[in-house]
Design a protein around this ligand. Structure first.
Ligand code: AMP
Length: 189
């Protein structure tokens, strides 16, 4: 399966200062959702290039118009269907703890946490020696904005996918390995 993280695509575009990155940067840094027209265009292009394979979308769709656009594109492409919509449920206090302590490698994207999973040498990635930094949108104000955007624009997708018989709630508490075990039965290959 191809793992498509829209957040990673935006961060790469911002780092490489592409036209998409320039358009998206102020939204991403502030923790706001990037407008649907930009996000849908980005995913559309990616799916178009890789349409013969299975995808796992990560962080997409985040709004009902994005979900509708995805369905429309899938219908245009033909054979594919949406198998499931997995929601990782984590209480707000745990989200705050995870996000505020998260650190990421600028070079390879490896994810750390200041207390749960720090790199061996502070600020240096164990995998590749790259610089480990804090995402701008993991600062307190941006976290607040992101949680508000989630409640307003993304949470309604639970009902949307329940109506389509695709919604799956996954307990997102615990270690990455524990959560992966809960998700894997839903990933077919
Ligand atoms: P993430 O890495 O999934 O936490 O995404 C980081 C940021 O990228 C979000 O806070 C948004 O600014 C932007 N972003 C990622 N995916 C989407 C999406 N599906 N719709 C709108 N904005 C998005």
């Amino acid at each position: 399966m191809i793992h498509l993280s829209t957040g990673n695509l935006f961060r790469d575009a911002i780092q490489n200062k592409t036209p998409l990155g320039v358009q998206a940067q102020s939204y991403v840094d502030a923790g706001k959702l990037v407008p649907d027209s930009i996000t849908i265009g980005l995913v559309r292009e990616f799916v178009e290039k890789n349409k013969t394979v299975d995808f796992i979308f990560d962080g997409f769709p985040r709004t009902i118009p994005q979900a509708e656009a995805l369905e429309q594109q899938i219908a245009e492409v033909g054979a594919n269907t949406i198998e499931k919509a997995l929601f990782l449920e984590v209480p707000q206090k745990d989200l705050l703890e995870r996000l505020s302590g998260r650190r990421v490698c600028k070079n390879c994207g490896a994810v750390y946490h200041v207390s749960n999973n720090p790199p061996q040498a502070e600020g240096v990635c164990d995998n590749c020696g790259g610089e480990v930094y804090q995402r701008k949108d993991d600062a307190p104000d941006a976290i607040k904005t992101r949680l508000e955007a989630y409640e307003k624009s993304t949470a309604p997708l639970k009902e949307y996918y329940t109506g389509k018989g695709l919604f799956v709630s996954i307990n997102g508490l615990g270690t990455a390995e524990q959560v992966f075990k809960r998700i894997s039965p839903f990933l077919k290959n």
